[in-house]
Design a protein around this ligand. Structure first.
Ligand code: ADP
Ligand code: ASP
Ligand code: MG
Length: 438
């Protein structure tokens, strides 16, 4: 069964929800994964923030505004009285639920329940629309099969078993609709796969079913060679290897959730990135690939903190790095980049949640300096070790940019540099010129 995922813009209005039919209505069996309508999850985050701050009247205003937007979509989406009434009932249930938290205690659990409402709404609204125009579909509740474990990692075995059970309940059906992003955690509570997580839902389903293909439909014609939000001239890359796509997603190419390539890669299911607004455009295919010796694309990841750890007593001999890494491990804080010298090591992290505790522990045996507001700029491709000149080209392009860290040789797919975020745009533009002649 093919998996098709449609992002927020692709279901962002009544018109888009209607147009979706052209892309999903065919006899081939398929699972359609939908995100929340664009802007919804951001609005729900804002509501949750107001509730955390006990600003209940602000929360109520935000809820009312969001509900009005949905009411307007309903009247445009449905033409029959019965469907419209079903839609109104749906909105009432979900918005009453969101409103109930203005009267109650508010913790991280309630926040996750609120964040789940966008996908629950969009999928039910599309399902009702299909029903109205006479297309049979089944709404698969993602909360019955999508699950993360105690380490917040997807539990693929559980997902596979329970998804298959859900599908088996509807043997005759060839069109399933399900919610992206939302899941249950190890305690059975409502949780999510982090922002942008609908891509992850799609690749997890595709991997669980070893689908022939996972299609990610979005608002751009595939993975571009550089960040189109920042750099003016970019072009779509027709083919990417799993490794290249995984690096680009992890290092900031927003078109894909940071870790969503991994399940597809694990089961060797190709992922196609396609454009809802231009369905005929070729897009990008991500698959096992033998392409080597090329620079494919550039991406950038903001919000990075660099930590320089110096040991005056030359402790680097052995044991020192282990003591350093153990601290990061204890605080479940992954390290992205690392460079070392005889007396010092620099690492980067993308979460400041436990920064203070980490620094305090490090200071017990070394000198620590911290630089915030850093950006990792990552050049992705297939750099065969014996190939000469790739690094030269990259660093020549960046010759006017102050580089805080350089990471080369860790993998054959990635050369990364760390720059102050204020140099990010200059770095991306310089690489576009130097590597792609744009
Ligand atoms: P969706 O809501 O469909 O999941 P996203 O907004 O998450 O869509 O992802 C699509 C956006 O990703 C594009 O509109 C584009 O601005 C952004 N983007 C960032 N880097 C890239 C890149 N390298 N190639 C294509 N799009 C990118
Ligand atoms: N709706 C969620 C978000 O905005 C998930 C997604 O769109 O992929 O992050
Ligand atoms: Mg997305």
């Amino acid at each position: 069964m093919v998996v098709l995922k449609f992002g927020g813009t692709s279901v962002g209005s009544a018109e888009r929800m209607k147009n979706l039919v052209n892309l999903i209505h065919s006899p081939a069996p398929k699972i359609v994964v939908l995100s929340a309508m664009s802007g919804t999850t951001n609005a729900l985050v804002e509501i949750a923030n107001a509730l955390y701050a006990k600003e209940n009247s602000k929360a109520n205003d935000l809820i009312n505004t969001l509900e009005k937007r949905y009411q307007a979509v309903l009247t445009e989406l449905y033409s029959q009285e019965t469907t419209l009434n079903k839609g109104k009932e749906l909105l009432k249930n979900h918005f009453d639920f969101i409103r109930s938290f203005t009267l109650d205690m508010f913790t991280a659990n309630e926040e996750k329940a609120i964040l789940a409402q966008g996908e629950l709404l969009s999928t039910a609204m599309e399902h009702f629309y299909l029903e109205e125009i006479g297309i049979k579909s089944v709404l698969l509740p993602a909360l019955n099969f999508m699950r993360i474990d105690a380490n917040d990692e997807p539990d693929l075995k559980y997902i596979e078993e329970n998804l298959k059970l859900e599908l088996a309940k509807h043997g005759e059906t060839n069109l399933f609709i399900t919610q992206g992003y939302i899941c249950r955690n190890a305690f059975g509570e409502i949780d999510n796969l982090k922002r942008g997580g609908s891509d992850y839902t799609a690749t997890l389903i595709g991997a669980a079913l070893t689908s022939p293909e996972i299609q990610i439909w979005t608002d751009i014609d595939g993975m571009h060679n550089n960040d189109p939000r920042i750099v003016e001239k970019t072009f779509p890359v027709t083919e990417l290897s799993f490794d290249e796509a995984a690096e680009l997603a992890y290092f900031g190419a927003k078109i894909l959730h940071p870790t969503c390539v991994l399940p597809a890669q694990k089961r060797n299911v190709p992922v196609r990135l396609l454009n809802t607004m231009q369905p005929k455009a070729q897009g990008t295919v991500i698959k096992e690939s033998a392409v080597t010796d090329r620079i494919t694309a550039v991406a950038a990841k903001d919000g990075i903190t660099a930590i320089n750890i110096k040991s005056g007593r030359m402790l680097l001999a052995y044991g020192f790095l282990r003591s350093v890494f153990e601290i990061f491990e204890r605080y479940k804080t992954p390290i992205d980049m690392i460079t070392t010298s005889e007396v010092a090591v620099s690492v980067t992290i993308d979460s400041d949640k436990n920064l203070e505790s980490i620094i305090n522990e490090l200071r017990e045996f070394c000198t620590v300096e911290v630089d915030q507001n850093q950006t990792i700029v990552c050049v992705v491709g297939s750099f065969a070790a014996e190939k000469q000149g790739m690094a030269g080209k990259i660093f020549d392009s960046l010759k006017n940019i102050p580089l805080r860290m350089i990471s080369y040789g860790g993998s054959e797919n990635n050369v990364s540099v760390l720059v102050d975020t204020k140099y990010k745009k200059d770095a991306l533009v310089a690489l576009n010129k130097g590597l792609f002649n744009l």
